[in-house]
Design a protein around this ligand. Structure first.
Ligand code: DAK
Length: 252
């Protein structure tokens, strides 16, 4: 796992290019540790996750490491993935996936746990697990249907087919498609747009969206009311609105 920090943005690179950045236990533990550190670093406001090399974001969970697993081992591995990816959901800072190639199985599930997905034109995305005799185990059956709807999620998961970046864009599986080699630089541009905004408002917005996904609309609207009113207890609200009225840029 490589981490670089630059002007409020941390870049985390899954670094096992010899196996197209496949995720094993060790990588998941390191990823979790790095994300925990970044969450508690006051100088970091946005995190970008990508994969080493120009071919793959993450080509899935490490099949060699899973082949001899018992059901108990599998449950533990799945839980580790859920804890790690669930931590991304719970982070107060936005996390952007720069998908620079294959995002398959656990790799797509990692991207699904991120807040915004930028895919390079050469990216290929899918949940091929049923072809290996298993189902997605790091959140794919749950997060994919929440993002693209149950019909599309079933199509992808039951057929195991891989989609191009363009098809992923058309179904709302990624938010941007950019030329090959530019996923990371574009993700940095998205990050810099977020950096200009109120950090506390960004955090509240992410939290309201994530928490609202799992509750009925009426409760979600109450949650929004609560988060909205709390914005007015933070100095960023006065600064943002005064800056607008004074025709200047806000200082957050
Ligand atoms: N695991 C381990 N090694 C992998 C890998 C993976 N997921 N993907 C690629 N590699 C390795 C290849 O074995 C190869 O190693 P060597 O032969 O050089 O030693 C090297 O990376 C380069 O790959 P290829 O030679 O195959 O490269 P190609 O360009 O020909 O093909 C490919 C690229 C991405 C199309 C192909 O590598 C491929 O199909 N890879 C597997 C993709 C896949 O099926 N991914 C999903 C994995 S399953 C659960 C927890 C988690 C999960 C499920 C359940 N529980 C605990 C319940 C999640 C499961 C998955 O993610």
């Amino acid at each position: 796992m490589l981490t670089e920090k630059d002007g409020g943005v941390a870049l985390v690179t899954v670094n096992r290019p010899q196996v197209l950045n496949a995720l094993n236990r060790e990588v998941l533990l390191k990823l979790r540790k790095v994300l925990e550190e970044l969450e508690s670093s006051p100088d970091i406001r946005v995190v970008i996750i990508t994969g080493a090399g120009d071919k793959s974001f993450v080509a899935g969970a490490d099949i060699a490491g899973m082949v001899e697993m018992t059901p108990d081992d599998a449950r533990e591995f799945s839980r580790l993935g859920h804890e790690t990816f669930g931590f991304i959901d719970a982070m107060t800072k936005p996390v952007i996936a720069a998908i620079n190639g294959y995002a398959l199985g656990g790799g797509l599930e990692l991207a699904l746990a991120c807040d915004i997905r930028v895919a390079a034109e050469n990216a290929r995305l899918g949940q091929p697990e049923v072809g290996l005799g298993i189902i997605p185990g790091f959140g794919g059956t749950q997060r994919l249907s929440r993002l693209v709807g149950p019909g599309r999620a079933k199509d992808l998961i039951l057929t195991g087919r891989t989609v191009t970046a363009g098809e992923a864009l058309s179904m709302g599986l990624v938010e941007y498609v950019v030329p090959q080699g530019e996923a990371l630089s574009f993700a940095r541009r998205v990050a810099s747009q977020i950096l200009e905004k109120s950090p506390s408002a960004v955090t509240r917005a992410k939290s309201a969206i994530n928490r609202g996904l799992d509750i009925p609309l009426e409760q979600g609207l109450r949650l929004e009311e609560e988060e909205f009113s709390l914005c007015f207890s933070h100095p960023d609200q006065k600064e943002g609105m005064r800056a607008f009225l004074e025709k200047r840029k806000p200082r957050y």
